[in-house]
Every structure is written in C-alpha cells, then in structure tokens.
Design a protein around this ligand. Structure first.
Ligand code: ATP
Ligand code: MG
Length: 188
C-alpha cells in the first residue's frame, strides 16, 4: 500500500461513505452542507437534501438545485416553523418529522443516492421529536458508500460519536445581534 497523498483519490479501494455533522451556534451549518452537496453533484454524484422542519420559505438553494437537474434534489419536509416545548409539540409538526424520517430511511436504503443531507435533523432530535438511537441504527445499516450529512445545533452525543467528521460552527459575531434582519442570498 502506498502512503496517502494530497491528490484526489479516484480509485475505488479507499472509497467509503462518511457521516458528517455540522453543528454549533454559529452560522454556516446548512450552507456548508449545501456546499458539500454541490461539490458532490459536480463530481457526478446523486445528492438528496431532505430539510426537516423547513418549508414554505422560498430559499435560493431550491432554485440553484434545479440548475443541476435531478442529481441535486432538495425537498422541504416541514412547514417552516415548529411549535415545541412548554405546551408540547404540535402533533402536525410531529407527523411531518415522522414523515421526513421515513423518507430519509427510504432514501438511505434505496441505493438511488450517493449523498444524503438531513438538514436541521439535529433540532428534531434535540426537541425530542426523533429518537437518536433510531437515527444511529439507520446510519450504521446504510449502504457502505453512502455519505450522510446531519446539520443543526446541539448534535446528540450518540450521533457525534458515530460520525466520522464533526464540525462545530462558533459564532464570532452575527449581523442579527445588531438588528440586521435576514438578507436574500445570505440567509435565504
Ligand atoms: P445557514 O443556513 O446560514 O448556514 P445555519 O444552518 O448555521 O445557517 P440554523 O440554526 O439552521 O443556522 O439557522 C438558520 C438561520 O438562523 C439563518 O438565517 C442564520 O443566518 C441564522 N443564524 C444562524 N446562526 C445565528 C446566530 N448565531 N445568531 C443569529 N442568527 C443566526
Ligand atoms: Mg441550518
């Protein structure tokens, strides 16, 4: 076996599917995942992005993905906001999370995709809407070449342990704290 190099590995011997987590309180978790998705799609890989909780907002990435044709597909599985905590989770949000998770499992097992991005899934686990052990089991039994990226703050320790690459975005400053609201092209 030769030693590793910095050149891109196009051989098959070392190819393997990875689990990545983008977490932390700083901005960039979803956008980094989308950047990786674009990188993969540019390599001819088929990428599915399932957005938990998100819906109804007109995100620029939805239109950008259309430019890639069917190889980069983004599906919003939520309704854009979520009522949780104190007065209990809204059953409709729970239903949407269950549906998104069922779709994620189907996508993982289908063999149709080379990369799966489960955007904001960490929040659903954190809110108690999705069982981390079920997520861990599904990740362990996925096809060996499938890459999976999980995003959202407060990634569950069980999933952090299982993941190959975990990045924590740290906030240095954010425009929002100066009262600057979400900007097109930056936040959506
Ligand atoms: P992005 O989608 O921009 O990569 P993200 O995925 O890291 O952000 P989320 O927790 O999913 O962050 O929240 C998404 C929205 O919240 C974005 O509009 C983002 O700008 C905003 N946001 C992220 N981090 C912060 C922060 N530290 N303070 C205020 N707003 C934030
Ligand atoms: Mg996000």
């Amino acid at each position: 076996m030769s030693s590793t190099t910095n050149t891109a590995d196009t051989g098959s011997a070392q190819n393997r599917g990875l689990v990545l987590i983008n977490t932390g309180a700083g901005k960039g978790k979803t956008t980094a995942a989308l950047g990786t998705a674009m990188r993969a799609a540019g390599n001819g890989m088929r990428v599915l992005v399932l957005q938990f909780l998100k819906g109804s907002w007109d995100y620029g990435e939805l239109h950008a993905a259309e430019l890639f044709g069917g190889d980069l597909r983004i599906r919003q599985m939520g309704r854009g906001f979520v009522k949780v905590g104190g007065a209990e989770t809204d059953p409709e949000d729970q239903r949407l999370v269950d549906e998104a998770w069922a779709e994620a499992v189907r996508a993982m097992q289908s063999g149709e995709w080379d990369m799966l991005v489960l955007d904001e899934i960490n929040y659903t686990v954190g809110y108690g809407m999705l069982d981390p052990a079920a997520v861990a089991d599904a990740l362990r039994s996925r096809p060996p070449l499938l890459h999976v990226i999980l995003t959202g703050r407060n990634a569950h320790p069980l999933l952090v342990e299982l993941a190959d690459t975990v990045t924590e975005m740290r906030e240095v400053k954010h425009a929002y704290t100066r009262g600057i609201l979400a900007q097109r092209g930056i936040e959506f």
